[in-house]
Design a binder for this molecule. Sequence first.
Ligand code: SF4
Length: 459
Amino acid sequence: MNSEKVVIKHEGNAMPYWAIEVVQIFNGVALFDITGNCNSFTVNGKNPPDINDNHELKRWLYVFLSELTGYSSPWGCMTGIRPTKIINTLFAEGHDEKYIRDYLEKFYLVSQEKTDLAMETVRIQKPFLRGVDTAVADWYSNIPFCPTRCLYCAFTSHAIGQYKNKLDDYLDALERELEATAKLHSKVAEKAECLYLGGGTPTSLPEKQFDRYINMFSKYIDISSLKEFALEAGRPDSITPAKLESAKKAGVTRLSVNPQTMNDITLNRIGRLHNAMQVRDAVKMAKEAGFENINMDLIAGLPGETPEMFRHTLEEVRKLEPTGITVHTLSIKRAADLKQDEANKAVLDAEMTGRMVREARAFTAAMGMHPFYMYRQKHMVGNHENVSYSIPGYESPYNIHIMEEDRTILGIGAGAVTKAVAADGNISRAYNVKGIEYYLERGDEMMKKKRELFEPFSE
Ligand code: SF4
């Protein structure tokens, strides 16, 4: 290795996530991808071992940086987003639990706490997984609108007010794509088991358009075979009794009402423009409309939140008796407004976020919930994870399948991704355009890409 200094960029105390990826080793110079920015440097001082093994070098660099900064990541040097997929693959290869625990702890340097969490999640997932299943294809549909845009949002979503004159055009384009994709579905799989309506916030559509949207699917897909028909109703200010009635009649089985926090001061800070009372009212309304399976999303590590505030959120949510709670760790992605917001970034705290994540696990366990799906992202405060907990029997199979990548998922709508999973586990993807105007114009082109994706399936 050449003799140069390692330059490490600190961006406040929210940033001790060393997601380190060895990109290339070239002439003794290691190129790393750190926290998503492509940095190139050489390492000396403490000489890395003379290795050509990326994994070993990655482990060495992690230990090196850990000693240098005094920070250890709970997930060690694991950088992938699917810890449970790694474990499920190792089980499928015939390894036992002891071997897998050792592997996580020695190969990736994962903490025992996270190893326990991942192992428990895999145990709960087991009845849902039966290897790659090409007889089934699940569906995802995207409504890229929300009442406003949250400070941390990096999804394809726009404030709906700007597009109110385009909503019918959007639904027309979506219906054309649904019809064409349903024809494709009948060629590549026998049935659909999960239909997930996400976004954005589908319930941000006005009542008339929402009713059209929610009833669109049964025109083209046999929804009698569905094991899950899930609807994101994330923003409580977008929910009305009429929309809930439409959803119930259309066959929706799982609803997500997502407060993120039950602290009004934070809701205001993150640009949600609703309050905790509206969350309570929305859940009450959903129950009155006959929805039994209600998940609520929370975020640990929101700007300005303390563990006490997070505990308050958990306690308020418990009173509403949801069947599931999904706990995300705040992630600061490039496309989020928060990325540029120095004042709000400055109050993030990795140590406190760790306490919140631990508290959520204990709290949900006390509510009789277990973790059934998890994933990690880059740029998470404190480098934790997102976990969905549910009362047994209320797990979301769609969420498990999307992470374990064991079946094809057909995506429609702006920004949706279609993932083709072949019998040998090989995965290929087709990406829809994200911009609304492009989506309205380029339907044929997107369908062509989707059909090409499945051509090898018919050989
Ligand atoms: S509700 Fe979700 S999709 Fe909509 S703006 Fe907020 S984070 Fe983005």
